[in-house]
Design a binder for this molecule. Structure first.
Ligand code: ATP
Ligand code: MG
Ligand code: FE
Length: 347
């Protein structure tokens, strides 16, 4: 099957063509980050309008790059949730309109399943079962994955997601959105051991996370240093490193526990924060000691993209799953309610 994948859950328009035999043929992305920068966050109405303008040109772009035409497409996958409802509706509308026009099946895909399966697009993809660390702008979850659609939630954040914490820490340090890569870059100049930030919820058993206390700790440190007239470039870098180390250590401790609890020797990391180099290295070191392997996607497929949606949709479309004639848009959608590949798809 040749699948057109469409991602419009938030502020990135992502489109890709994935062929079940030949693999990924082309992908294209437009990020709205600059457009939302003036407002200090994503403005849902502006996001939807921009998806309307960018989506079809990006579809034509990937077809050109893959040297294909619309009539070569045999299935369409779009992000049906979770996300901003207006933004989701744009992707769903275009997917269903194209599906009707071309008389091909269409399927709404879960955005986090897309993230979760993105490492499958790399050489040497992980086999099942594995433990997945989903770390993105809106989610921090540990999931035992026994197959596509066979997801057991082991633990998640009780408050902020790790990516959200990175973005808020970045703001405190005077850095732009998205904060994760910018905090990581600033931390390169940081000195180890100047500050020691807490590792939340690691002193007790369990696989839950909490990042809001770390955020407050960061704010208090920033405020104290500014009041002490110690707000130098070096101070900011030292704080960035202390913050990043605290998040990385926390995630590593919980991943080790999850591998043990699930009795698993494969760890998959996915979502925007999985692009973090320090996190990748620390998880590799931990896994090495446990005799486990770590899998992740190339950096551009860690954050939102169309390729992950095309891939996830392709697996389900091949299994015969498809939407009815209604567009599916679910702003909230727990991943462990998804059907397995052998189950009938109900929307
Ligand atoms: P969700 O997928 O939960 O709906 P989202 O789509 O907004 O949320 P992603 O696109 O997966 O999230 O990831 C974006 C997040 O990843 C942002 O919070 C960003 O700061 C973070 N991020 C990206 N690169 C890095 C990095 N190198 N280090 C740390 N965080 C990063
Ligand atoms: Mg985004
Ligand atoms: Fe995402």
């Amino acid at each position: 099957m040749l699948i057109l994948g469409i991602e419009t859950s938030c502020d990135e328009t992502g489109v890709a063509l994935y062929d079940s035999e030949r693999g990924l043929l082309a992908d294209a992305l437009f990020s709205q980050t600059d457009m939302h920068a003036d407002y200090g966050g994503v403005v849902p109405e502006l996001a939807s309008r921009d998806h309307v303008q960018k989506l079809l040109p990006l579809c034509d772009e990937v077809l050109d790059r893959a040297v294909c035409t619309r009539s070569d497409i045999t299935g369409i996958a779009y992000t049906a949730g979770p996300g901003l409802v207006g933004a989701l509706m744009v992707g769903g509308s275009v997917a269903h309109a194209l599906g009707l026009a071309l008389d091909i099946p269409v399927l709404g895909v879960h955005h986090m399943e897309g993230h979760l399966l993105a490492p499958m697009l790399e050489d040497n993809p992980p086999g099942f079962p594995f433990v997945a660390l989903l770390v993105s702008g809106g989610h921090t979850q540990l999931v035992k994955v026994s197959g596509i659609g066979e997801y057991e939630l082991l633990g998640e954040s009780v408050d902020d997601a790790a990516g959200e914490a990175f973005d808020k820490a970045a703001k405190m340090l005077g850095l732009d959105y998205p904060g994760g890569p910018r905090v990581a870059a600033l931390a390169e100049q940081g000195r180890e051991g100047v500050y020691r930030f807490p590792r939340p919820m690691t002193d007790r058993p369990g696989l839950e996370f909490s990042f809001s206390g770390l955020k407050t700790y960061t704010l208090n440190t920033v405020t104290a240093e500014q009041a002490a007239d110690n707000w130098t470039e070096q101070t900011r870098a030292d704080i960035a490193l202390a913050f990043e180390s605290a998040v990385v250590d926390t995630l590593v401790i919980k991943c080790r526990r999850a591998l043990e609890a699930a009795d698993c020797d494969r760890l998959v990391m996915a979502g925007g924060v999985s692009a973090n180099r320090r996190l990748r290295a620390a998880l590799e070191t931990m896994a090495g000691k446990q005799g486990a392997s770590v899998f992740y996607a190339r950096p551009e497929f860690c954050t939102d993209n169309g390729a992950m949606i095309a891939y996830a949709g392709c697996q389900r479309l091949l299994a015969g799953q498809r939407d009815g004639d209604r567009i599916v848009a679910k702003p909230r959608w727990p991943m462990d309610t998804l059907p397995g590949l052998a189950d009938e798809c109900l929307d």
